[in-house]
Design a protein around this ligand. Structure first.
Ligand code: NDP
Ligand code: BG6
Length: 506
């Protein structure tokens, strides 16, 4: 056998990437630019071809021009890194094909199989296939079953299946989805996407903790007072009411993105940096979370307000939202991990749309000194030790610590040590770039395993079923006041690191 060419750091077998939903928003906005970047960054234009699939009728030329429009001149990294490796038009011409599956019936899938086999034979791809399902959730099951029935899941090479979120709407549906997927694919072939895991700053959480014993040695209940995970968005629901009104903040953000962040902060060190070892530890965190009671949850729904100086409508006035909808656009939760390491440490999670800014941060607040040695000091600006992981924007870390301020009266002030990714490494790759490269190289570390998806739903399904009513909050605020009650019993306050050099803000 010919040795595999090494592309970038890892070997990529030649393969066919079959994208179902290739006329959709995800493909045009995220996948096509990410694929183009990959080709350019790792010089891998000869490693894969792309076959776009959807129901719409279109020829190869139509798909080429649709993709060209997505990759031409849109990427800031293109200008940062210099000349593009491949001319977008030339790349599109060389690698793209399109096949309509019209009604999705057996004949259409038969034709699809024949087309795939022809492309593979013509280009010597060895039967290596990735099926990327960028489809509405309702099309997922029928498509997987049709793939199985048409024999497309078997070939001379490897076959991988990429599944987008949402992965079900509750525990029962997730279990059903897993059973359906496992009817046609083995678990190691399945790559469930949570795009937060592809963000470089999220991946780095583990490296930061485990490569720096300084931090890992204090990463426990003895030294940490509380952990806050904030994923705030200033955008509303845009044109996604059809999906969002049935989903809401708990399903759309908490069950997946925030829970992934929680697992990475809370997990034990894995026995190796291998995909299964890491995913085993993440599942154990989910299994140790105390059942979440309705008292630990505050939901909200945005009312009209101002965001970035512009008046915006309330959720109920958004196009496509059902009248009197109770769908939460904000969720705040208090969660406890009942483990040796974390017993008694509250993890506060919150996320919302139409909040006062767009930021994703994890604030780890360390305990106060055991003895109040500095009680005679003026402490008005004292914040204590807080470590902020700034996942977006302005990716980096800020570690706050107290210093004595030179002045007539003894005073404590809080200052920070800061690290910014962009200063050190330039612009970070998009999450989809990382995730696609991992699928191509067969690395499952950053994908959600079946038991992980189910454990996450197990946690939140009772909360979803409790029928908690959302409180209104003004668009442009930081959510409903009622969310304070989750923190106030322990004297805690919400905290995020706002841009600028000041102290932590709320
Ligand atoms: P869109 O509605 O924009 O696109 C859906 C695509 O699927 C279209 O190409 C549509 O084309 C095709 N399609 C629909 N039904 C079928 C079918 N039965 N068989 C084959 N193709 C079909 O959705 P998005 O691209 O926004 O989202 C796709 C998936 O990605 C969803 O699961 C979404 O949750 C997820 N996602 C999207 C993100 C985004 O940024 N857009 C971000 C994160 C996740 P046609 O009608 O011609 O068949
Ligand atoms: C998606 C949600 O999964 O994540 C969206 O469906 C949300 O509602 C988006 O806006 C946030 O992702 P990011 O990468 O912009 O933080």
């Amino acid at each position: 056998m010919e040795p595999l060419p090494v592309v970038g750091a890892r070997a990529v077998d030649r393969h066919l990437l079959v994208v179902f939903g290739a006329t959709g928003d995800l493909y045009r906005q995220k996948l096509a630019p990410a694929l183009y970047h990959l080709v350019w960054q790792y010089q891998m234009s000869d490693r894969f071809l792309i076959l776009g699939v959807a129901r719409s009728q279109m020829d190869d030329e139509g798909f080429k021009s649709l993709t060209r429009a997505s990759v031409e001149g849109i990427s800031p990294r293109q200008t940062q890194l210099g000349e593009p490796y491949a001319d977008p038009a030339e790349w599109c011409d060389q690698v793209l094909y399109y096949q309509s599956i019209a009604d999705g019936g057996p004949e259409a899938f038969d034709a699809l199989r024949r087309r795939i086999e022809r492309i593979e034979a013509a280009h010597g791809l060895g039967g290596n296939r990735i099926f990327y399902l960028a489809l509405p959730p309702s099309a997922l099951g029928p498509t997987v079953e049709a793939l199985g029935a048409s024999g497309l899941t078997h070939s001379a090479g490897w076959t991988r299946l990429v599944v987008e979120k949402p992965f079900g709407v509750d525990l029962e549906s997730a279990v059903g989805l897993n059973a359906m997927l496992h009817g046609c694919f083995d678990e190691p072939q399945i790559y469930r996407i949570d795009h937060y895991l592809g963000k470089a700053t999220v991946q780095n959480l583990l490296v930061f903790r485990l490569a720096n014993p300084l931090f890992e040695s204090v990463w426990n209940r003895d030294r940490i007072d509380n952990v806050q995970i904030t994923v705030a968005e200033s955008v509303g629901i845009g044109s996604r009411a059809g999906y969002y009104d049935r989903s809401g903040a708990l399903r759309d953000m908490v069950q997946n993105h925030l829970t992934q962040l929680l697992s990475l902060v809370g997990m034990e060190p894995p026995v190796s940096f291998d995909a299964e070892a890491i995913r085993d530890e993440k599942v154990k965190v989910l299994q140790s979370i105390r059942p979440i009671s309705p008292d630990d949850v505050v939901l909200g729904q945005y009312a009209p307000g101002r965001v970035n100086g512009r008046r915006v409508a309330g959720y109920l006035d958004e196009k496509g939202v059902s009248s009197g909808s109770n769908t939460p656009t904000y969720a705040a939760l208090r969660v406890f991990i009942d483990s040796w390491r974390w017993q008694g440490v509250p993890f506060y999670l919150r996320t919302g749309k139409r909040l006062g800014g767009r930021l994703t941060q994890i604030a780890v607040t360390f305990r106060e000194p055991p003895v109040a040695l500095f009680k005679s000091f003026e402490r008005s600006r004292h914040q204590g030790n807080v470590l902020y992981f700034k996942l977006q924007p302005h990716e980096g870390f800020d570690l706050f610590f107290d210093v004595q301020k030179p002045s007539g009266t003894p005073q404590l002030d809080t200052k920070s040590l800061a690290f910014a990714y962009e200063e050190a490494f330039g612009i970070l790759p998009d999450a989809y770039e990382t995730l696609l490269y991992d699928v191509m190289t067969g690395d499952r570390t950053l994908f959600v395993r079946s038991d992980e998806a189910e454990e996450a739903w197990r946690l939140y399904t009772p909360v979803l079923e409790a029928g908690i009513n959302p409180y209104p909050y003004q668009a442009g605020s930081w959510g409903p006041q009622e969310a304070e009650r989750l923190l106030s019993p322990r004297g805690h306050e919400w905290t995020v690191r706002l841009p600028g050099n000041g102290n932590p803000g709320v």
